[in-house]
Design a protein around this ligand. Structure first.
Ligand SMILES: Cc1cc2nc3c(=O)[nH]c(=O)nc-3n(C[C@H](O)[C@H](O)[C@H](O)COP(=O)(O)OP(=O)(O)OC[C@H]3O[C@@H](n4cnc5c(N)ncnc54)[C@H](O)[C@@H]3O)c2cc1C
Ligand SMILES: NC(=O)c1ccc[n+]([C@@H]2O[C@H](COP(=O)([O-])OP(=O)(O)OC[C@H]3O[C@@H](n4cnc5c(N)ncnc54)[C@H](O)[C@@H]3O)[C@@H](O)[C@H]2O)c1
Length: 445
């Protein structure tokens, strides 16, 4: 069978590429070995943000207990999970059928590349004018005895029962987001991070403050604590670190990073260049060293953060390059990112620690703003970084609304005249998060 496009992996890359290809008569085959829709709607962003919908008001009520709220709310895990499973169960059931159209064929199974234009699934070979590898990331093994006892994000969003205690291995996005949910649900939560830093892409002053706030809520952090082994005794586990400390627990979560899905899928045999840690090597059009084979999204070594909107940008570029004849190299817009902790921590552009001579930072204590006072967000802070010409080159935020507020800075990144632009063009609703811009640009200058 012959197609114009074969996409291996049905995640955000495939979703956005096939949406664009709807404008054409090109035939598409999507191959998926696991859940249709990929990581984001099955084991990533979407179940996470769904659970945040309950976690946020519960934590907000804790902060405001005795300050306007009589009794803080509590999470009812079983009704939360049954609502989650109802919504995502239906999604999983229908996702493949919703992908399949007259234009888009679907195959369930593992795609193995056999040549510049061919992909095999079990005994069937498919031919593609273009092949797009969009196989994403998967949890990295812990490489210690007892690794098999640890669950990952793949199982976390299915947990029927909450443990009394949980040990989360890792100190990145997944570790801190899952720890936030567990702690809000009343689980005694311990984070074991092998190095001395958490959440590397973010402003480290804010990360330290976040750690302090999470510790005040009862989350135990152990940095410089690489784990040595996990043992099981009945229903309990013991996690031992190289420092000789041991932690008894009812659940171990491996959140120690994810690796590109590149193995055992024909890359070596066909001669496609890749790196086990960074992913598949691509040029400025996301082509691999075999021009008919592209790689996009998390699995591509595209120099970008592994985020859903980046996967969309990749999909759009492949469409523009192949269907519109656009020859300009891929250009990523400023990519904003946020860890869904409580408070949240967000970043776009450069951080204070990346500043060069002549750059300067303006820091705003958002805790004094009416929204933060009302919502109970005493640690809210914002930093905006400017270069010597006054252009905005970065913003960092720690606040319960950081994920949304950071987006207000996106249109200003790289602007030569941010103050004039804000003054001349933007009159926001008041009071609202965007008034933080007023504070930074109008009252400071
Ligand atoms: C817990 C968690 C939370 C996250 N939260 C956010 C967030 O809040 N915001 C954000 O921007 N990003 C978030 N991410 C990252 C986001 O999920 C990814 O960046 C995004 O899903 C990448 O899309 P993709 O299409 O490249 O790959 P994926 O969505 O990973 O899809 C790859 C698909 O390929 C399939 N596959 C692999 N190998 C084969 C093969 N040989 N044959 C057939 N199919 C194959 C896999 O089964 C998978 O379904 C989160 C990730 C995790 C793990
Ligand atoms: N909110 C979001 O946008 C969001 C949420 C989740 C994931 N993601 C994306 O998915 C990617 C993967 O997330 P992640 O949290 O799995 O990875 P990560 O790279 O963010 O974090 C992995 C963490 O584990 C630590 N670590 C590595 N090996 C370890 C070991 N042996 N023992 C203990 N700790 C160890 C690392 O130092 C790091 O802190 C992220 O980089 C991000 O791009 C995004």
């Amino acid at each position: 069978m012959k197609y114009d496009y074969i996409i291996i992996g049905s995640g955000p890359v495939a979703i956005h590429l096939r949406a664009k290809l709807k404008n054409t008569t090109k035939s598409v085959l999507v191959i998926e070995k696991g859940f249709w829709g990929g990581t984001c709607p099955n084991t990533g962003c979407q179940p996470k943000i769904f659970m945040e919908g309950t976690v946020r008001p519960v934590l907000a009520s804790q902060y405001l207990e005795g300050k306007g709220i009589e009794e803080a709310a509590k999470i009812d895990w079983s009704s939360l999970m049954s609502r989650k499973k109802k919504i995502w169960g239906a999604f999983r059931k229908n996702a493949r059928a919703n992908t399949t159209t007259e234009q888009v064929a679907t195959v369930q199974g593992k795609g193995i590349i056999t040549g510049p234009h061919t992909v095999r699934v079990e005994d069937q070979e498919y031919e593609g004018e273009n092949i797009v590898i969009a196989t994403g990331l998967e949890p990295r093994k812990l490489n210690v005895p007892g690794d098999e006892y640890a669950i990952t994000n793949n199982e976390f969003f299915e947990l029927d029962q909450l443990p009394k205690r949980a040990v989360v291995v890792g100190g990145g996005y997944v570790a801190l987001e899952l720890a936030t949910i567990l702690n809000a649900a009343g689980v005694e939560t311990t984070i074991l991070q092998h190095s001395d830093r958490l959440l590397r892409p973010f402003d480290q002053d804010f990360v330290e403050k976040l750690q302090e706030i999470m510790e005040e809520r009862g989350i135990n952090f152990h940095l410089n604590a690489p784990i040595k082994e996990i043992t099981k005794n009945g229903d309990q586990y013991t996690v031992t670190t190289a420092n000789g400390d041991s932690f008894a627990t009812d659940l171990v979560i491996n959140a120690a990073g994810r690796k590109p899905v590149v193995e055992d899928m024909g890359l070596e045999e066909v001669g496609i260049e890749f790196d086990l840690a960074k992913g598949i090597k691509v040029n400025e059009h996301l082509q691999t060293n075999i021009p008919s084979i592209f790689a996009a999204g998390d699995v591509a070594d595209n120099g970008q953060a592994n985020l859903t909107p980046v996967a969309w940008v990749d999909a759009y570029h492949i469409y523009d390059f192949l269907e519109k004849g656009v020859t300009k190299p891929i250009k990523y817009p400023p990519v904003a990112t946020n860890a869904f902790t409580y408070p949240e921590i967000a970043q776009v552009g450069i951080r204070e620690s990346d500043m060069q001579a002549g750059d300067y930072v303006k820091t705003l204590d958002l805790a004094d703003t009416f929204i933060a006072i009302g919502e109970g967000d005493p640690n809210a802070k914002l930093k905006v970084i400017f270069n010597k010409n006054g252009e905005v080159i970065g913003a960092s935020e720690l606040s319960i609304n950081a994920a949304d507020d950071i987006n207000n800075f996106l249109p200003l990144i790289g602007r030569k005249d941010p103050i004039k632009f804000v003054n001349d063009n933007l009159t926001y609703t008041f009071p609202a998060l965007a008034n933080n811009l007023d504070e930074i640009f109008r009252y400071f200058d």
